[in-house]
Design a protein around this ligand. Sequence first.
Ligand SMILES: C[S@@+](CC[C@H](N)C(=O)[O-])C[C@H]1O[C@@H](n2cnc3c(N)ncnc32)[C@H](O)[C@@H]1O
Length: 430
Amino acid sequence: MQHFAIQTINRLFLEVFITTLRKYQYTHKDFLQRGINSFAYDQYDLPIFAYRYPASTAFGILFHLFFLGRKLKLKLLKQIFSDDYIQELFRINILEKTDSVSVRSTIFLIPFKTYYFACDFILQLIDRSNNRKRSKYESVYPIGLDSITLSEVSIKKQFNSVLDLGCGSGILSIIASGHSRYVTGIDLNPRAINFSQFNALLNNVDNCHFICGDLYIPIKNEKYDFILSNPPYEISIHKSNLFQDGGKYGYKILQKIIEGVSAHLKKGGFCQIITKIPEFTDKTKAQLFKEWVHNDNLHVFYLELYRRSIYQLAYEICSDSFFGTTKKKSCRNYSHRVNKLLHFLDKINLKSMSSGLITITHDSCFKYVEHIFDGKNIQTNELTSKLQEVVYKHFIYFLGFYGLIYLFRSSLINIIKGVFPFSYNFLKKF
Ligand SMILES: C[S@@+](CC[C@H](N)C(=O)[O-])C[C@H]1O[C@@H](n2cnc3c(N)ncnc32)[C@H](O)[C@@H]1O
């Protein structure tokens, strides 16, 4: 079942929606000023945000509705939207009634830069279903730090055709559409396709096309200038959400994506993937990549962002709120899960799991280069440009003139920052 009847949604209606959100400071910039990071927050912060920003102001009402997923009295909403407008929000399935006087949002609305992305309320879905059964549909991935990092770090060259594999809410496609002629997003989850189409409409983007299907299957022999992906990458010993299920070793989808790069990437094009990759005691990452690309002449550059031991990984996976959708969480349950997972990780000879950015392009023979990113002294707001710089420096030969311009620009900024720190901060405001 589709969540949005896309054809019946009026673009002008959505424009008014966005204008209203901006008017009442439901924007990325205002979130940051209030100390709320819209895509990298801790679930335990949510009740604190709710307390700090009560639904007694226009911002508070929108925040409780679209970010916290709380139910609100309909009369509060009437302070912001007209009666007719509220009726339309019900009709297009953004709002639903919980009883005769209260409403709630069916979408989690994330502001990022000047964009808005609708996806599912994962945490709230857990709270909403009293019987804690798995929801009957696959949820749409709520934008995470991985989605944002890839969208920020990815090559910003002008591309003709872009392919986004596992598009989810459509974030990577929609952001890439700004520097591309045409973008194709593919996802196995029909609900994700419906949300991507809605988000393209919401952000007034009309050069994206979304298809429901399994990775490269729907596009057969098509080739692209740029392939982007943030695939599911968690080790899953049980069936889990489609958006995180990387199979027994975590690379079930990654392997298929890399195996298809050679056939679907145009000469001179790039493929960028943000993911987790396992390192085994009996197999290195380089060996894994070599197996996946067969004899194809691909140049693989892996920029490692961080690495986890199997113990840190077991903690991360077992304390992850997404995994809590099937069973009631308790300390006993948690220890049981950690124990089982550690036994499994030992059995498959997992040494560590790293997280990073893969960049691939065609070359004269297979090459694998690994670089560990040292981000210790880097401010969070500089992180993505530093990462981008490393990738651009590595691929300067392939990026050509465009890469040189980028590096020239970033070195110039560094010089200005070093020599005139005050004027740089002043200039940044404009
Ligand atoms: C981690 S989410 C990323 C979503 C989005 N690209 C982002 O960065 O926020 C992974 C996505 O891959 C999709 N997916 C999983 N298996 C797939 C497959 N075999 N073919 C296409 N998409 C798949 C999931 O439905 C999910 O939307």
